[in-house]
Design a protein around this ligand. Structure first.
Ligand code: NAP
Length: 346
């Protein structure tokens, strides 16, 4: 029963209506209104937050499926979980106070009760757009930073290729690689995105993979001497073509394989023997493996933003009711840059 001091408000949410079968669809989701108390239970160390921005990430499409892996699939009739930026409304946690700004795992809803406060990072720097904490200063930023610097071990002058290069992660990897003095080529799925890669993000070259009949030929054209580092976001036919173009001792950072996520049967990869011939290292990772290095990451990336050495493209939609279309759009390349949803402006 609600006590006198409890404040119960409406809470708009985007819930999973039924598990996605193949590619996620807007009709798998439903926007509905429930209610939430804005006071934490006495003695609890949970927090209640008001969500300002929530993120759309490709992995969310997988989590909408009935994967049979405990904790990975979303729960039916519950709001989707995603990275978000939020303001603390009430807190039982000693280090989080009402009014603090945080980023981390929240629900696709106006207010979230968060019991697992370990998944929240306090935001100390507000001279940059807050939405950046869903992107360049959040999970995708750590992904790009760790995947490039830690896994790929880049050296000045190396040839770097990035697929899905205009997305949340790819656009950063390309800019990190340019800052390191590498030769950088990206691929993306439209003429507009290719222009952005070359003219806004400073890539040396870029191509539209949807217009190339022969991906192997496109890569040979861009890298006549081969690729040292492939930042893998796409998988499938793209990975097969890259394997035919790697240099000796090349490195492949396996970040994601979005082209495979919605297939009933993943495509096979035919050129794996090139890993042996070219002594290639291919390594996968999760961004969360590097969350403990967040402070170190901020020390590198914040100055790059402030000094204008790196830019970040965002694709921002307003309102939770537009979130399902934004998420589904990731799988057809509708987003240009990091896909963010504004939940509340105050
Ligand atoms: P994003 O900004 O959400 O963009 C996804 C982009 O992928 C789309 O805009 C689209 O761009 C491209 N795409 C969609 N379907 C495709 C297909 N069938 N073939 C080729 N490209 C396709 O992506 P992101 O957040 O940067 O994520 C990029 C990759 O990193 C994904 O594979 C994701 O799962 C992975 N990831 C991994 C981690 C980790 O911890 N390992 C963390 C974050 C992300 P086009 O117009 O270019 O097709």
């Amino acid at each position: 029963m609600a006590s006198d001091s409890e404040v119960v408000v409406n809470n708009k949410q985007v819930i999973l209506k039924h598990f996605a079968n193949g590619a996620p669809k807007e009709s798998d989701l439903e926007v509905k209104t429930s209610s939430i108390s804005l006071k934490v239970e006495p003695g609890s160390n949970a927090v209640i937050v008001k969500n300002l921005y929530v993120s759309c990430d490709p992995l969310m499409g997988n989590r909408m499926k009935n994967l049979g892996i405990p904790g990975l699939s979303y729960t039916l009739e519950s709001p989707l979980e995603a990275f978000g930026v939020a303001r603390v409304v009430d807190s039982g946690h000693s280090e989080l106070k009402t009014g603090d700004l945080v980023w981390g795992a929240v629900g696709w809803e106006e207010y979230s009760l968060i019991n697992n406060t370990q998944s929240l990072f306090k935001i100390h720097h507000t001279d940059v757009p807050l939405s950046y904490y869903t992107g360049i200063l959040g999970m995708p930023g750590i992904t790009a930073w760790a995947g490039f610097y830690e896994l790929a071990a880049p050296k000045k002058g190396e040839n770097v290729y990035i697929s899905a290069a205009s997305g949340a992660v790819g656009q950063l990897v390309g800019q990190f690689a340019k800052l390191m003095g590498c030769y950088v080529v990206g691929s993306a799925g439209s003429k507009e995105k290719v222009e952005i890669l070359k003219n806004k993000l400073g890539f040396d070259d870029a191509f539209n993979y949807k217009e190339e009949q022969d991906l192997n030929g496109a890569l040979k054209r861009c890298f006549p001497e081969g690729i040292d580092i492939y930042f893998e976001n796409v998988g499938g036919k793209m990975l097969d073509a890259v394997l035919q173009n790697m240099r000796n001792h090349g490195r492949i950072t396996a970040c994601g394989m979005i082209s495979q996520y919605n297939l009933r049967q993943p495509e096979g990869v035919h050129n794996l023997m090139n890993i042996v011939f070219q002594r290639i290292q291919m390594k996968g990772f999760f961004a969360t493996d590097y969350f403990h290095e967040y402070a170190k990451f901020l020390e590198v990336v914040l100055p790059l933003i402030r000094e204008g050495k790196i830019i970040y493209l965002e694709d921002i939609v307003e309102g939770l009711e537009n979130a399902p279309a934004a998420l589904v759009g990731l799988f057809s390349g509708r987003n240009v840059g990091k896909q963010v949803v504004v939940v509340s402006k105050d």
